[in-house]
Write a protein that binds this ligand. Structure first.
Ligand code: GFB
Length: 313
């Protein structure tokens, strides 16, 4: 990687993991901007930033993300913000001489009923999952922007397709979060209040694959170091489990011993989305963090975040 590296979204869970990994490899210092310094949805501001800084490498980690309930509740915000950020960052990066841009998709943008494990070729071969259609359409547009700028202009703009992620700095909001941080909070609060049972959303039957953000960061660096990477590469742990099993693991991690109930009034989403990770493996990357170890680290992170909130109040 030559010249300045700009990590868009460096304060998010993925962006911060990537900055730590880049710096640990001696590839920093990394160019960053907070949201108040640079609104990536503002086309003029993004254009001025790229004209001035001219980063040679861009990793676009900025995104409006949330769990199944947030995606269903705020589809306009998810499609608008993610489309605007992708369009502004990719176009201005190209206009100002960036040679290498890595964009992030998500396993949830593959067709809902695509054959498992999901291969990269499955993209756009069938209808999307309705709970996150808005997010998926914006992400697919970003991926396609990269592919077409690469083919028309010869720049190496390419994409990674991460599975469901968790890790330090996750969003622990009770309703807007993804399942791991959401359930960490719910079980923790149930334990503190000595509640006899905890309800999880949906039937507990959908299967999900989870990857720690630090493993993803190593995978992103592996893709950035590849001379001629494919347009699209999956990054996952290669293993999945039913949500009810995940809930039991989280309860165990937190030390909650009450009953776990399901709530079929809440959506299940896609039945399964396990990634085929042969392509990233062939580039030399392997997932390292096992789920139980990762959940223990995530619970520590949650406790630290709670502590910081309490001492700020
Ligand atoms: O993590 P999650 O929201 O992501 O939900 P998705 C995963 C599964 O866990 C779903 C169930 O079947 C949920 O119904 N679940 C059970 C819960 N209890 C809870 C809970 O307390 N909170 C949450 N959030 N889920 C998202 C997409 O879908 O995947 C996004 O909507 C995103 O666009 C992400 O890209 C990776 O896998 O269902």
């Amino acid at each position: 990687m030559n010249g300045a590296i700009f990590v868009a979204g460096h304060r998010g869970m993925v962006g911060s993991a990537l900055c730590r990994a880049l710096e640990a490899k001696g590839l920093g210092p990394v160019l960053t901007r907070t949201r108040s310094e640079l609104d990536l949805c503002n086309q003029a501001a993004v254009e001025a930033f790229f004209a001035e800084q001219q980063p040679q490498t861009v990793i676009h980690c900025a995104a409006k993300v949330g769990g199944i309930h947030a995606n269903r509740s705020y589809p306009a915000d998810f499609i608008h913000d993610n489309l605007a950020m992708a369009l502004n960052v990719i176009h201005s990066a190209w206009r100002h001489g960036c040679q290498r841009l890595l964009y992030l998709g998500s396993s949830c943008i593959y067709p809902r009923m695509a054959p498992q494990p999901l291969q990269e070729e499955a993209l756009l071969t069938g209808p999307l999952e309705e709970t996150n259609e808005a997010y998926a359409l914006a992400k697919i547009a970003g991926l396609k922007l990269c592919e077409h700028y690469r083919s028309q202009y010869g720049v190496i703009f390419h994409s990674a397709m991460p599975t469901n992620l968790y890790g330090p700095g996750d969003n622990y909001h009770p309703e807007h979060s993804h399942v791991i941080p959401g359930l960490i909070r719910r079980f923790h609060e149930a334990k503190a209040a000595a509640l006899p049972s905890v309800s999880i959303w949906g039937t507990g039957r959908p299967r999900r694959e989870f990857l720690h953000a630090d493993d993803l960061a190593a995978g992103l660096i592996c893709l950035l170091e590849a001379e001629n990477p494919p347009d699209l590469v999956n990054i996952g742990s290669g293993e999945d489990l039913p949500i009810l099993e995940l809930a039991k693991l989280i309860a165990q991690t937190v030390g909650y011993e009450g009953e776990i109930l399901t709530n079929p009034e809440m959506p299940d989403g896609t039945p399964r989305k396990l990634m085929d990770i042969s392509n990233i493996r062939s580039l030399g990357w392997e997932p390292r963090m096992g789920l139980e170890e990762g959940l223990a680290a995530a619970y520590e992170d949650f406790l630290g975040a709670e502590c910081r909130v309490r001492s700020a109040n």
